[in-house]
Design a protein around this ligand. Structure first.
Ligand code: HEC
Length: 110
C-alpha cells in the first residue's frame, strides 16, 4: 500500500484533495458531535441534517427584520420560546421551524 501510493503521486494528491474537500464541507456545516448531542438532549429528533438545514434557514430568514441574533445570545431554555414566537414572523414551515430550533439549540453553547 505504502509503495503503491508513493509510486503514484497523482493518486496521493487526489486523495488528499478529496479528504480536504470533505473536511471543508464538514467545517462549513459546522455540526460537531458536541452540537449534535446538545440539540438531541433537548429534542431527540435532531440530526446533523436538520441542524445543517436549520442553519441555512436561520441565516436566510432570521436576519431580515433585525440583525441575526447570535445563537449564544440565548440559552437552550430560552430559544424554544423565541423560535415559537418568531417562526410566524419569518413564515417558516413546521419543518423549517423545527430545524431552526435544532440549529440554535446546537449552537447555543449550553
Ligand atoms: C417580520 C420581522 C421578523 C422576522 C422575520 C424575525 N424576527 Fe425576530 N424579532 C422581530 C421583532 C419585531 C423583535 C422584537 C420584539 C419582541 O421582543 O418580541 C424580534 C426579536 C427577536 C429576538 C429577541 C431579541 C434578540 O435579538 O435576541 C430573537 C432571539 C429573535 N427575534 C429571533 C428570531 C428568529 C430565530 C427568527 C427566524 C425564525 C426571527 N427572529 C425572524 C421581528 C422579526
Amino acid at each position: 500500500m505504502q509503495t503503491r501510493l508513493a509510486a503514484n503521486p497523482l493518486k496521493v494528491s487526489l486523495a488528499a484533495c478529496v479528504a480536504s474537500l470533505w473536511l471543508a464541507a464538514c467545517g462549513a456545516a459546522g455540526v460537531s458531535p458536541e452540537m449534535l448531542t446538545r440539540a438531541q438532549s433537548h429534542d431527540s429528533s435532531a440530526t446533523e441534517a436538520t441542524i445543517t438545514h436549520g442553519k441555512t434557514v436561520y441565516e436566510a430568514k432570521c436576519g431580515t427584520c433585525h440583525a441575526l441574533p447570535l445563537p449564544s445570545a440565548h440559552s437552550a431554555e430560552e430559544w424554544p420560546e423565541w423560535v415559537k414566537k418568531m417562526a410566524p414572523q419569518a413564515k417558516l414551515s413546521a419543518d423549517d421551524e423545527k430545524a431552526v430550533l435544532h440549529y440554535v439549540l446546537a449552537a447555543s453553547g449550553e
